[in-house]
Design a protein around this ligand. Structure first.
Ligand code: ATP
Length: 443
């Protein structure tokens, strides 16, 4: 095997291990699996959903709740078709699609090293533009006027509400609108687990500014986006900024930075930050006939605000966090796999065990400890299934930072429990009365 083939086999193996752990431990399942799946769709199980919610909640707190200048929006997924005509999506939201003449596989030709040759060696057919919006009809009659689309981005749900926000809350520039929600793209080639899906979630901000100030605000968000990657536990050395050069940006963008992440399958886009000028609001103003000017009360000047858009993929965040957390090491002479999640995102913060599940005094005490900790920390799990070694292995794979065991000494002798640290495997005895304080310091 050549060096690149070996590297590819290794990354494939790493991804297979990650995907298999995600299924085994109930993080992510293939969509519609019992029917053979549906390409580009994924279902989150209990722990994956907890992880995803933590990632979304940190985002919402950082970018909405902790700020005075942000307005949350939860817009409908189905929108008037004119929205997508105004933005140019109906005519231009497409990727070049070509089919290999030999193996009949379809590819996005802009993602091929050689757009004329397939990986099987076959010759590629001619590329045609393929629109990625998922079309549907609203109402009983299926004609042109009933066409709607499953939104391909959350952004437009905010732009169309710009006037409502101005009229309801009277904000002064600069201010932002923020939304977390589903988006749909009929991707030509969904791939790399949840990385490129046909149904996914985005967390987006449309931050409206006076064009005179765009540079400082762009810089502010550049830093905030990098901070966010740290807050969810991504390794700084795996996050890259890629300044998109002139000529390669969307035509309406004056500056774009892609934040890329070193996934096991290669460096790929995680988030984007773009200065979209006044493109979107201007288009909506033109197409709807509604005046979307902003009146600056001090200068009495009217203008369409400009927009800086930090855009985050939820599923790509979850995948990046999972890939960075996946760790193999040796503990007590045995190989183990564990998820080294930051406690801020870990789906379970603490697991509580009775040493034996058939000893009522142990179970009762462990339940007491569990109930107390759950009141304080929320994501606490009671686990009495299998022997202690098995439970540690399970909790390591779920990524639980601490396990607490109630044993005979706890009830007969010292009212202390054993706390085991996921990363080091170290164990220490802690008084039950001091447990809460102990964990408050840890989290
Ligand atoms: P790509 O170049 O990878 O197709 P994009 O530049 O089209 O992505 P944007 O339109 O900027 O992506 O969307 C914003 C964010 O939404 C992306 O940074 C990414 O995190 C997420 N995203 C976009 N497409 C997908 C997808 N098919 N599956 C999962 N997440 C996606």
């Amino acid at each position: 095997m050549t060096k690149t083939k070996i590297a590819k086999a290794e990354t494939n193996k790493r991804m297979e291990e990650i995907i298999s752990l995600c299924k085994r431990r109930g993080f992510v399942f293939q969509g519609s699996e019992i029917y053979g799946g549906l390409a580009g769709t994924w279902d989150y199980g209990h722990f994956g959903l907890a992880l995803k919610n933590n990632i979304k909640n940190i985002w919402w707190k950082k970018f909405v709740t902790d700020r005075e200048d942000m307005y949350g929006v939860d817009a409908a997924i189905l929108m008037n078709q004119k929205v997508w005509k105004a933005t140019g999506h109906v005519d231009g939201f497409s990727d070049p699609l070509a089919e290999c003449k030999k193996c009949k596989k379809r590819f996005r030709t802009d993602q091929l090293a050689n757009p004329n040759k397939c990986e099987c060696g076959g010759e590629m057919g001619e590329a045609r533009q393929f629109n990625m919006m998922l079309k549907t009809n609203v109402g009983a009659i299926q004609d042109d006027s009933s066409i709607s689309y499953l939104r391909p981005e959350t952004a437009q749900g905010m732009f169309v509400n710009y006037k409502n926000i101005i009229d309801s809350y009277h904000p002064k520039l600069p201010f932002g609108m923020a939304q977390i929600g589903k988006a749909f793209r009929n991707e030509i080639a969904p791939r790399d687990f949840t990385f490129r899906a046909r149904e996914f979630e985005q967390m987006e901000i449309e931050y409206l500014v006076n064009p005179e100030n765009w540079e400082d605000i762009f810089e502010h968000y550049r830093k905030e986006m990098l901070d966010y990657t740290k807050e969810i536990g991504l390794k700084a050395e795996h996050v890259y900024e890629h300044e998109i050069p002139d000529g390669e940006r969307a035509f309406y963008s004056k500056r774009t930075i892609d934040f890329e992440f070193e996934f096991p399958f290669g460096r790929n886009e995680l988030y984007g930050l773009a200065y979209r000028t006044d493109y979107d609001l201007k288009k909506h103003s033109d197409f709807s006939g509604v005046d979307l000017n902003y009146l600056d009360e001090e200068t009495k000047k009217k203008f369409i605000p400009h927009c800086i858009e930090p855009s985050f993929g939820v599923d790509r965040s979850v995948l990046a966090v999972i890939c960075d957390a996946y760790t193999e090491d040796e503990l007590g002479g045995e190989k183990r796999v564990f998820m080294k999640f930051n406690s801020s995102v870990a789906p379970v913060k603490i697991a509580v065990f009775p040493l034996l599940k058939n000893k009522p005094q142990l179970v009762e005490k462990a339940r007491e400890v569990y109930t107390d900790l759950r009141k304080e920390f929320g994501a606490v799990m009671f686990d009495d299934n299998g022997n202690i070694g098995k439970r540690y292995r399970r909790q390591d794979e779920i990524g639980t930072p601490y396990c607490v065991t109630v044993d005979f000494e706890t009830i007969e002798k010292d009212n202390m429990v054993t706390v085991r640290d996921r990363d080091t495997g170290n164990q220490e005895r802690v008084k039950i009365d001091e447990l809460k304080e102990f964990f408050v310091k840890k989290f």
